[in-house]
Design a protein around this ligand. Structure first.
Ligand code: SF4
Ligand code: SF4
Length: 191
């Protein structure tokens, strides 16, 4: 049975910003040949909802950031109109957010997220409940672990960089390298 998403003309990929954890970065980078700094954007946390604040981080200057999947011209940079039925060009390695949408876990139960654009009546599509439940559980675990790694970044790595004369671009590179190394060691990545 195919997911309704395969034939979807609305596509949440064109609408929503995708927030990333360290595990998403590793999976995408490891599975594609895309350069790290091309995969992601550093979104000022002030532009996102407060619900994301546990995942905001400092690069040593003013303001905090969130990692998001790069967008081009207002849509996900990895969405392609050329491939009906397979619009996602990184499908196998897509982030947790993409694997879970449009569901959330609410007290352990799978619920359709509040949103306005998805044309599918998911109450009629029950065949994928197990997959969406396990994707949401993994996402939760990955983001908790990412939060712990962010703490290490702030408490151990960032102070070490403070005395060095690094550009913002250098700091972004150091940030991404740190998480790649850490997530590779944790080996909890799935595809
Ligand atoms: S989740 Fe909904 S809007 Fe997104 S691709 Fe699937 S059917 Fe379309
Ligand atoms: S990575 Fe793929 S599934 Fe996720 S928003 Fe981009 S095109 Fe859509």
């Amino acid at each position: 049975m195919n997911l309704p998403c395969d034939q979807c003309a609305t596509s949440c990929c064109k609408k929503y910003t995708v927030f990333l954890s360290a595990f998403d970065i590793f999976r995408l980078w490891n599975g594609t040949n895309i350069l790290l700094l091309e995969l992601v954007s550093f979104l000022p946390a002030s532009k996102a909802s407060g619900g994301f604040s546990p995942f905001a981080f400092s690069l040593g200057g003013k303001g905090r950031f969130l990692l998001t999947l790069r967008r081009n011209h207002g849509i996900c940079a990895w969405w392609s109109a050329d491939n009906p039925g397979k619009h996602c060009t990184v499908h196998e390695f897509r982030p947790d957010d993409c694997r879970c949408y449009p569901f959330n876990l609410f007290h352990g139960q799978l619920k359709v997220a509040h949103q306005k654009i998805c044309p599918t009546d998911w109450s009629l599509v029950t065949a994928f409940e197990k997959d969406f439940t396990s994707a949401n559980q993994r996402k939760k675990t990955n983001f908790f672990q990412y939060q712990a790694l962010l703490q290490t970044w702030h408490e151990e790595i960032l102070p070490e960089l403070a005395g060095k004369c690094l550009s913002l671009s250098d700091k972004k590179g150091r940030f991404l390298s740190f998480f790649l190394t850490q997530t590779a060691q944790l080996k909890e990545i799935y595809s």
